[in-house]
Write a protein that binds this ligand. Structure first.
Ligand code: AMP
Ligand code: ZN
Length: 112
């Protein structure tokens, strides 16, 4: 399968790793939209949030545990944002499930 984030998870394409374990990888976004912009991915290929099921959702819960650990470890005292884009209309450009963990600036709502 020709999937960019599968290749990053396999180490075939380099990334700036922030956290890694058996099932989850976190690395810096190549085009940051905030002073801290980390992507959290399952190592297994799940295309998008619409494909989360009872069978594969444990890794999604684990991703949120890892996000909280990173937030504590990096000291996101003022808060942080976690974003998932699912599908073309939401702007998902890489079709491997990922969560954007962003911090270090003020965030608008619902956009920005
Ligand atoms: P999305 O638009 O939600 O699918 O997010 C995809 C993200 O992947 C974007 O924020 C890109 O900047 C980021 N990205 C694309 N290629 C790479 C790469 N090789 N290393 C790190 N981040 C990447
Ligand atoms: Zn993939």
């Amino acid at each position: 399968m020709d999937c960019l984030f599968c290749k990053i998870a396999a180490g075939e394409i380099p990334s700036t790793k922030v956290y890694e374990d058996d099932t989850v990888l976190a690395f810096n976004d190549i085009n940051p939209e905030a002073p801290v912009h980390i992507l959290l991915i399952p190592k297994e290929h799940i295309c998008c949030a619409a494909e989360i099921t009872a069978e594969n959702s444990a890794v999604v819960a684990h991703i949120f545990e890892v996000a909280a650990k990173i937030a504590h470890d990096m000291g996101f005292a003022d808060g942080f944002r976690i974003v998932n884009n699912c599908g073309d209309s939401a702007g998902q450009t890489v079709k491997h499930l990922h969560f954007h963990l962003m911090a270090g600036r003020e965030f608008g709502w619902p956009a920005g």
